[in-house]
Design a protein around this ligand. Structure first.
Ligand SMILES: [Zn+2]
Length: 137
């Protein structure tokens, strides 16, 4: 999945790793800080544009020339991966809860039947039942 996204959006591992996810507390929208590949001291802010429903980068190529820069693509792919991971997490949590419930169900059955067996064993082997038998005859 990650490989196909990388290929689809023409990104390298380094480019995907260069983006860090943040939440803008004021606008409550997601934003990415992407480290520049050419200058390690430079970071670009990629914000989610609600009006256009797309990521928007502040770098020169994107903001001045309207080009689709790799920062935007990296933010987009990171967001896809993030959402996929969240979905996987939710599914895993659901699966664990189901397995837990199934395990508890399985553990209940032998405990209940064993208890029933013990009860019948006691009553049939009870000396009192024998004495009752003899007393009645
Ligand atoms: Zn950019």
């Amino acid at each position: 999945m990650e490989k196909s996204l990388k290929e689809q959006y023409h990104l390298t591992d380094e480019q995907i790793d260069a983006a860090t996810r943040f939440i803008d507390l004021k606008t409550r929208s997601v934003l990415y800080i992407v480290k520049s590949a050419s200058d390690p001291d430079t970071e670009y802010k990629v914000t989610w544009n609600r009006d256009f429903n797309r990521f928007q980068c502040q770098c020169k190529a994107a903001s001045q020339y309207g080009m689709s820069c790799w920062h935007t693509r990296s933010a987009f792919v990171n967001e896809l991966l993030y959402r996929q991971a969240k979905r996987d997490e939710a599914e895993a949590a659901k699966r664990i809860a189901e397995e837990q419930a199934e395990y508890e169900r399985l553990m209940m059955v032998p405990r209940r039947s064993r208890a029933r067996q013990r009860c019948s064993a006691i009553s049939s082997a009870s000396p009192r039942s024998h004495s009752t038998y003899f007393a009645n005859h």
